[in-house]
Design a protein around this ligand. Structure first.
Ligand SMILES: NC(=O)c1ccc[n+]([C@@H]2O[C@H](COP(=O)([O-])OP(=O)(O)OC[C@H]3O[C@@H](n4cnc5c(N)ncnc54)[C@H](OP(=O)(O)O)[C@@H]3O)[C@@H](O)[C@H]2O)c1
Length: 259
């Protein structure tokens, strides 16, 4: 039995030890964020699982039921700067080893028109930028002292190869707002890396691959992977990051990509 599976089976007995590490995850109630929360809890980490809903989402309540001592549910809409600052204040004194900026939107892939040349809906651009790009920037700024106080001092932003010039593989057609917001996020990561190198803080962009999350329903296409594979790969990448890697982009399989 793999170690993570064994830990999951025994999850009810998993209690954070005094020297347990802490991860904060944005947008953790579904898809990639939820799987990060599950896998870090199964490793015995303290998980600050944030969401933007008016009440705790069922997915997180269920996970809290499984790991009552490890899962800490908090509300944080990454476009609401007051809410971000309030949570940072509430958590003052808590060291955050790994800060995962995961919250993001892709757009409705069943209706690509608003992000396709010729039918672009310009009103959508600001929403994409405020969530996918500015959200991660503001969260990094608000929680930087929590990260600096930790052992691992690591921030990662869940990005996409679709937001790079270097990627030559297939990406979704159009996707103007999604791709440009992820490209902006990648550039922020590069600039933050340079600003925080002196403090020993590592920040990297991570591409999760094409991951089959709940919102995709029964859609299937070649190359789609399960969340378990993507997230266990990204956790391995996070564990291997050094200061020399700061400001760069890795795929979940450990390959590094130019911007
Ligand atoms: N799945 C893929 O193949 C893939 C590929 C490349 C990159 N990504 C990136 O991976 C990240 C997670 O996406 P996913 O595929 O797991 O989709 P998902 O299941 O829709 O998860 C997105 C999460 O972000 C949250 N969110 C959206 N806007 C937010 C806001 N303003 N404040 C706080 N949380 C917010 C959502 O909350 P609600 O439930 O309340 O909407 C949800 O929890 C995104 O950044 C996405 O761009 C995914």
């Amino acid at each position: 039995m793999r170690l993570t599976t064994l830990a999951a089976a025994l999850s009810v007995f998993v209690v954070a030890s005094a020297d347990a590490k802490t991860v904060l995850i944005t947008g953790s109630n579904s898809g990639i964020g939820l799987e990060f929360a599950k896998q870090y809890a199964s490793k015995g980490w303290d998980v600050i699982a944030t969401h933007r809903r008016s009440a705790a989402p069922e997915s997180l309540s269920a996970l809290h039921g499984q790991y009552p001592n490890l899962i800490h549910i908090e509300t944080m809409d990454v476009t609401n700067h007051e809410q971000i600052d309030a949570l940072a204040t509430k958590l003052e004194g808590t060291a955050i080893d790994v800060l995962i900026s995961n919250a993001g939107i892709t757009g409705d892939f069943r209706n690509p028109a608003p992000q396709s040349f010729g039918t672009l809906d310009y009103d959508q651009w600001e929403n994409f930028m405020r969530i996918n790009a500015l959200g991660g920037l503001k969260v990094a700024e608000a929680f930087v002292n929590h990260v600096k106080a930790s052992e691992d001092k690591t921030i990662v932003s869940i990005s996409s190869l679709a937001g790079t010039f270097g990627f030559k593989g297939p990406t979704m057609p159009g996707g103007y707002w999604y791709k440009s917001s992820k490209a902006t996020l990648n550039m922020y990561v590069k600039v933050i890396a340079s600003d925080l190198k002196k403090d020993g803080v590592i920040i990297a962009s991570l591409s999760p691959g094409q991951v089959k999350v709940e919102k995709m329903g029964d859609v299937s296409f070649p190359g789609l992977i399960e969340p378990q594979e993507s997230i266990s790969g990204m956790i391995s990448v996070i564990e291997g990051l050094t200061l020399e890697d700061s400001g760069t982009l890795f795929s979940y399989d450990g390959s590094q990509h130019p911007f």
